[in-house]
Design a protein around this ligand. Structure first.
Ligand SMILES: Cc1cc2nc3c(=O)[nH]c(=O)nc-3n(C[C@H](O)[C@H](O)[C@H](O)COP(=O)(O)OP(=O)(O)OC[C@H]3O[C@@H](n4cnc5c(N)ncnc54)[C@H](O)[C@@H]3O)c2cc1C
Length: 412
């Protein structure tokens, strides 16, 4: 059995190792000059490869049912055992949210994990064709013909499409795999950027740029709260970034595409009620009598935030604290709990981590075989599934790569 794997990223390498381990002869066709280039950028270069508290219900997209099954067949424990077996022991670290455990290679080097996967492919005799971008795929008389941009063409009994989505195209995933599937009549759930920063029309963003604050973000769609995330929020000159923003971005983008109004509401003091904050402000006002109004929020929020908050509440910056009236203090307490940012767009694929959308689950079996073309399999981000930050997307690459590799290697 000869299995051709188009795309040598995380899922393609896992598929290759599994198929070769099951006895197939395997060729990876990779458009780049290395395998798994994207892995190098994961987890800020440390590679958050999975999550000990992985909750399958947190994935988005039509493959959620497939994911629930495949994550049982090759799940977190199998992934840890696999990496241990190829010389990459792992460690866990509590996430910023503190309620789950993100897993990294013990050496905290994504490059080591990438290299170990590539070496394992080599050890198992996988043929690797670098700088080989696939531009055409057809099936005649029971075998696939894979056409490459460099003019070469390769035959394979089975093919696994693991070309990724459209996110972070500088790592090689430029969306060209979709067209190969579409050539066989496959549909496509519109690919959209996910796990990325969001663009706001709020005039204060430019002034807040560079600030990092801990807080709770609520995603409001048509004024209704639909999701919440806590953690460190970063302000940029175009809007908001940071892990809580990334986690909410996929949903925000889908709502924007549906032409719904999307807002992010920032609670700067989630541990305190509005009433407690108001009393704190009253005390501060008394303590700072005779001092400039700007000193009221000293130590409570980053200093760059003070003019923005004061402007929203109509409080002048250079008057004595005692001139701030009760109504203004109430408004200020309200803003500290609900600082609103209208979201108008998301950063594009160049700047996001994953793609939501892709090949729809209705066209792919539980073994990840196309129901349109026998012998064509899929793995990884090309499929309509995306997860939150925290190792979810790589775990899907490992689980789906394993399933596709195993099924593709099986003799009739
Ligand atoms: C900056 C960043 C940080 C991330 N951090 C994390 C993290 O810490 N944890 C986590 O779980 N996830 C993380 N992710 C997401 C995760 O990296 C991806 O979901 C995962 O790599 C997808 O694997 P894949 O094999 O499906 O696709 P990819 O890894 O994108 O691999 C696809 C491969 O196919 C090749 N290819 C594409 N088209 C062709 C073609 N026509 N012919 C031949 N080859 C082709 C590409 O060159 C590429 O090597 C991060 C992503 C980014 C961008």
């Amino acid at each position: 059995m000869h299995v051709g794997i188009i795309g040598g990223g995380a899922s393609g390498m896992m598929a290759a190792i599994t198929a070769a381990g099951a006895g197939a002869s395997v060729t990876i066709l990779e458009s780049g000059s290395v395998l798994g280039k994207k892995i190098l950028s994961t987890g800020n270069g440390r590679c958050n490869l999975t999550n000990l508290s992985l909750d399958p219900s947190l994935y988005q997209g039509s493959f959620r049912r497939h994911a629930a099954v495949l994550l049982r067949e090759f799940g977190v424990a199998d992934t840890l055992a696999f990496f241990e077996s190829i010389g990459i022991p792992t460690v866990e670290a509590a996430s910023a949210r503190g309620n789950d455990a993100w897993v990294y290679p013990a050496c905290k080097e994504a490059a080591a994990l990438r290299m170990a996967l590539a070496l394992e492919c080599e050890r198992l005799g996988v043929v690797i064709l670098y700088d080989t971008k696939v531009s055409g795929l057809s099936k005649q008389e029971g075998s696939f013909r894979i056409l490459c941009e460099n003019g070469s063409n390769i035959r394979a009994d089975r093919v696994i499409l693991s070309t990724g989505g459209k996110a972070f195209p500088k790592s090689g995933s430029d969306g060209s795999g979709y067209a190969l599937a579409q050539g066989f009549g496959h549909g496509l759930v519109t690919p959209l950027p996910a796990l990325g920063a969001l663009i706001s029309s709020h005039p204060g963003c430019k002034n807040l740029s560079g600030i990092r604050v801990d807080g709770e973000l609520s995603l409001l769609v048509e004024e209704e709260i639909t999701a919440r995330e806590r953690g460190e929020i970063q302000f940029t000159d175009y809007g908001l970034s940071g892990i809580p923003v990334f986690q909410l971005s996929g949903r925000a983008v889908r709502e924007l595409v549906a032409e719904h109004r999307v807002m992010l509401s920032l609670d700067l003091k989630p541990e305190q009620s509005r009433e407690e904050l108001f009393l704190d402000l009253v005390e501060r006002k008394i303590r700072r009598e005779g001092k400039e109004s700007g000193t009221l929020l000293l130590g409570l929020v980053p200093s760059k935030m003070v003019p923005v908050l004061f402007k929203l509440c109509g409080i002048p910056l250079h008057v004595p604290c005692e001139e701030i009236n009760k109504d203004s203090l109430l408004k200020l307490a309200e803003q500290l709990k609900k600082l609103g940012f209208e979201i108008v767009d998301a950063r594009d694929f160049d700047a996001c981590q994953v793609t939501s959308g892709g090949i729809p689950a209705t066209e792919v079996s539980l073994a990840l075989e196309s129901i349109k073309v026998k012998g064509l399999y899929f793995a990884g981000e090309i499929l309509d599934l995306d997860g939150p930050c925290g190792g979810y997307n790589l775990q899907w690459a490992w689980s789906s790569g394993h399933a596709a590799g195993l099924a593709a290697a099986k003799e009739e």
